[in-house]
Design a binder for this molecule. Structure first.
Ligand code: NAD
Length: 276
């Protein structure tokens, strides 16, 4: 019998699902059978948060890279139910409202992909601005905490849950010029292990994906020479594809991964290896 990833009957909430990895994750979970909520600070009908969220968010709006509602349409065309919700993961009221709407309209929340993240500044430590340090902690780390805490009672009640945190090799290896980013991604690994320990008795698993460099829109907007240097450190000498990440997430969210918890799954093309 062929083994397949079957998420039918599950409801997934993907943060930062408007573009890049989050969008690929949302579509892949839907293809595997899940109903999906795409939650992002940017939705086509409301991009007002771009002003506050800096250069990358503004470029995403200017260059037509906001796809929350379009992704939801695509998911619906697969026969799944889906919602696009404007939700800032740093705002606990907005997160609570998004989870409440998910449960009201789709019946439950079984899967959380903590994907929303910021990587829009690189600079050596002495130049790092405190307000960006604090914003990165708020979005990448506290945002994941807010979302996990909001879905936790629902998963506990149903005795089944999957939480996937999007870390980074910057969190495991450090990132030159990325003090705040790498700190938040390292912090997510502690949160992952702790939720794995506490979730076990409730049927909730929690795992981290550790991407290397993946060819998303954000990646292509970063410094090309830097991207090439990092790509050359992988064993494949190229960046990964968003689908590589989405495939790993679909597995971790399925019953096939019911005994997998607290791990850091590198989907990194071996960038952490010592490559000659
Ligand atoms: N692309 C890579 O090479 C790579 C490597 C390692 C880790 N990651 C991580 O994977 C995730 C996705 O990466 P990406 O390349 O698709 O990035 P991206 O910047 O293209 O996407 C991030 C998404 O999060 C949303 N977002 C930002 N702040 C938010 C907030 N406060 N509330 C809700 N949504 C918010 C953005 O609008 C955007 O849609 C991030 O957590 C990133 O750190 C990416």
């Amino acid at each position: 019998m062929a083994i397949e990833i079957d998420l039918s009957g599950r409801v997934a909430l993907v943060t930062g699902g408007s573009r890049g990895l989050g969008r690929a994750d949302a579509l892949t979970l839907a293809r595997a059978g899940a109903d999906v909520v795409v939650a992002d600070i940017l939705v086509e009908s409301d991009t007002s948060a771009a002003e506050e969220y800096g250069v990358l968010a503004q470029a995403a709006v200017a260059q037509g890279m906001v796809h929350s509602e379009a992704t939801v349409e695509e998911i619906r065309s697969l026969g799944r139910r889906a919602l696009a919700l404007r939700c800032d993961v740093t705002d606990r009221d907005e997160v609570a409202a998004a989870v409440a709407r998910t449960v009201d309209e789709l019946g439950s929340v079984d899967i959380l992909v903590n994907n929303a993240g910021t990587l829009d500044h690189v600079g050596q430590f002495h130049d790092q601005r405190q307000e960006l340090w604090e914003r990165d902690l708020r979005v990448n780390l506290t945002g994941a905490f807010n979302c996990a805490q909001a879905v936790w009672p629902h998963m506990k009640e149903r005795k089944w849950g999957r939480i996937v945190n999007m870390a980074s090799v910057a969190g495991t290896l450090g990132g030159f010029g990325q003090a705040s980013y790498s700190t938040t991604k390292a912090g997510l690994l502690g949160l992952t292990r702790t939720l794995a320990m506490e979730g076990g008795r409730h049927g909730i698993t929690c795992n981290a994906i550790v991407p290397g460099i993946i060819g998303t829109e954000a990646f292509h907007m970063a410094n090309a020479a830097m991207n090439e240097r990092i790509a050359n450190r992988t064993v494949f000498k190229r960046p990964g594809e968003p689908q590589d990440i989405a495939n790993a997430i679909a597995f971790l969210c399925s019953d096939l991964a019911g005994y997998v918890t607290g791990i850091e799954l590198n989907v990194s093309g071996g960038v952490e290896l010592f490559v000659f």
